[in-house]
Design a binder for this molecule. Structure first.
Ligand code: FE
Ligand code: FE
Ligand code: MG
Length: 163
């Protein structure tokens, strides 16, 4: 932990650390949902959907890295036990029981929409705290989540056109 680095993050550091840990839980669950979705998915355009799911899984893992690094910089501890993930997460986990491409896409679109809302709120928080380093990071993550939603909705649109 950098002493001045923590000080310049504003007065709400502990609250920000908590919110970042909740977002970290979301990222791990999103990672697994994409990862396992890519394993089981079937139906039209399978290869396309599978590739996109795998790519997004990697990107969610990157978000988890960014969050945990920032949590540590701010003097916090990233979640140490996976049993906390579901408990702490905002967006929970949608088990892909139906492996059809359309169901998997719909579940992940819902997850991305939840993630966008979570980062919008977190961005407002870190902006209010004048924690500019976190502002930068949260903006980058939010940009990815917006892209994820857009990518998945485009795939869903293409699938609907094959009918
Ligand atoms: Fe993410
Ligand atoms: Fe995402
Ligand atoms: Mg993508």
């Amino acid at each position: 932990m950098g002493t001045v680095g923590r000080k310049i993050a504003g007065k709400n550091v502990d609250e920000i650390i908590n919110l970042m840990n909740k977002a970290l839980a979301d990222e791990w669950l999103a990672y697994y949902q994409y990862w396992v979705g890519a394993q089981v998915v079937k139906g039209p355009m399978r290869a396309h959907v599978e590739a996109e799911l795998k790519e997004h899984a990697e990107e969610e893992l990157k978000h988890a890295n960014m969050l945990s690094k920032r949590i540590i910089q701010l003097g916090g501890t990233p979640i140490l036990n996976p049993s906390e993930w579901v408990k702490l997460s905002n967006c929970k986990y949608d088990e892909p029981k139906d492996p059809h491409v359309m169901s998997v896409l719909k579940q992940n679109i819902k997850g991305e929409q939840c993630a966008i809302a979570v980062y919008k709120k977190l961005l407002e928080k870190v902006m209010a705290s004048q924690d500019f380093i976190s502002v930068n990071m949260v903006r980058k993550i939010m940009e990815d989540e917006v892209e994820h939603e857009d990518d998945l909705e485009a795939l869903k649109e293409d699938l609907e056109l094959t009918k």
